[in-house]
Design a protein around this ligand. Sequence first.
Ligand code: IPE
Ligand code: IPE
Ligand code: MG
Length: 251
Amino acid sequence: MNPVPNILSLKKVPRHVAVIMDGNGRWAKERGLPRIEGHKEGAQSVRALLRAAKKANIEYLTVYAFSTENWKRPPQEIKGLMQLLVDSLNAYEQELHDNRIRLRVMGQFDRLPPPVRKRLQKTIDATAHYAGHTFIVALSYGARTEIAEAARQIAEKAKAGELDPATIDERTVAEHLYLPDVPDPELMIRTSGELRLSNFMLWQLSYAEFHIADTYWPDFREEQFFQALEAFSARDRRYGATKETEGANHG
Ligand code: IPE
Ligand code: IPE
Ligand code: MG
């Protein structure tokens, strides 16, 4: 087995890490358990990841918890996931305060059941003043919807004469996404060995490094996370430039 990397010796650590937490269902199936048990164990991995990210001094941690496509799952599973979200907030809110971590949500907030919205809003408000570390949960999130909504807002502003269409550029689009003040993730991790984005942060991940872990999400803990950070640290990021011009014109 690989030794656990020493987090303090890493050459570079990303400011923002985004994670596609996948494999809860398969983890449960392998054990002959209902899928919800996989989601419950996965919630423990989220807790471990929050601690590990704080240790590594990562400023932004985003987790994909529920996609716009996940509404197609059986109502019983959706209900279980929403309940688990509320239970997790009840259990972890103190930890967010202890570590001064701000909670934010990204996605179609209005589509979530009202009691879930209310519970989320309480913690969002209670942690809004923490500045150093942010934990973003993508809920009813889909990147195509996000980009389409940005396009609609931009068109409405143009129609109202608040914006000249000739001035629309990448920045305009970025400024109309869900969390315009959050820097793009430099590292995207997906668990369970799946090689796809599943509609996750299509715009923001344009230049991110991808790390695919074979581990199912419930088994992805600090050790696996630090291995991902170590792999990132060894990557050579060029942004389309050559070795000589690297770092000169990043967008
Ligand atoms: C990820 O695990 C959690 C959510 C998408 C909510 P899955 O539920 O997708 O687990 P698999 O992919 O079926 O194993
Ligand atoms: C992506 O996982 C969504 C989340 C992790 C919330 P899925 O399991 O839903 O994605 P697919 O079905 O494998 O593309
Ligand atoms: Mg899955």
